[in-house]
Design a protein around this ligand. Structure first.
Ligand code: BTN
Length: 247
């Protein structure tokens, strides 16, 4: 990992560069880091605010030899890596909101966007985009999201060294990735659940088709969300948004 590292002071999105490089046959483990993104993107076509010098905006290009349907496990793995690094390097207790938001004090401080190129049963490449709000102050967080979003600095009153954090993330990622390729998902699943937000509680679930609430049981061996509503069987969900349930 990181044999090739590309650093851009400013760019539209590190995801775009990663896709481009992947198509020009860049190797597994290529890292793209930007100080600022002018068109940072989040999941579900959302915009990702990527203020200059205030956070970690980075994409990791992987060429994993796993089946395409297992790629979501890499997102969950990345979430455990971020949670591990944040709990070691800060005084706060991070939580992971399924599938991949990192929360501090119930507010989002980091997100992961995984994009894959696959043909039939083979992955060409995966790009894992990591965005972490590090040194933003309250006035750096746009008003329309400030009830839901935060930064490490806002939550701890400390400024963090972004380069150190990136190094720690890459080291931790490399170890976790190697262990996953060797041993599979079970250990990742356990670790994910140890950070899981609201496991055992009632959550609100939203898919394109409907909106309901159910108990959050944990995640399955393949990373699916396991829920159970009253009088129903256990449901496995691969794509949904969850929120807490307010009566
Ligand atoms: C989300 O929670 O919606 C995912 C956010 C992912 C943001 C990162 S920042 C680096 C990479 N480049 C992007 O444009 N997006 C990801």
């Amino acid at each position: 990992l990181g044999k090739k590292v590309i650093h851009k002071p400013t760019t539209a999105s590190t995801q775009h560069i990663a896709h481009q490089l992947a198509q020009e046959s860049a190797p597994h483990g290529t890292i793209i880091i930007a100080d600022e993104q002018t068109a940072g993107k989040g999941r579900m076509n959302r915009k990702w605010h990527s203020t200059a010098g205030k956070g970690i905006w980075m994409s990791i290009l992987l060429r994993p030899e796993i089946l395409p349907y297992l790629a979501p496990q890499l997102t969950l793995l990345t979430a455990t890596v971020l949670a591990d690094v944040l709990s070691k390097d800060t005084t706060i207790e991070p939580k992971i909101k399924w599938p991949n938001d990192i929360l501090i004090n119930s507010k989002k401080t980091a997100g992961i966007l995984t994009e894959m190129q696959a043909e039939q049963d083979q992955i060409q490449y995966v790009v894992i985009g990591i965005g972490i709000n590090v040194n933003q102050t309250t006035s750096d967080i746009p008003e329309n999201i400030n009830s839901k979003a935060t930064s490490l600095q806002i939550e701890t009153n400390n400024a963090f060294d972004i380069t150190n954090l990136i190094q720690h993330i890459l080291q931790t990622f490399e170890n976790a990735y190697d262990a996953y390729i060797k041993n599979g998902f079970p250990n990742v699943k356990d670790k994910w659940e140890s950070y899981g937000f609201r496991i055992g509680e009632t959550i609100q679930i939203k898919t394109i088709k409907k909106n309901w609430h159910a108990t959050f049981l944990g995640i399955a061996e393949d990373g699916a969300l396991l829920t159970k509503a009253e009088d129903e069987e256990i449901k496995r969900l691969y794509s949904a948004e969850i929120d807490w349930y307010k009566e």
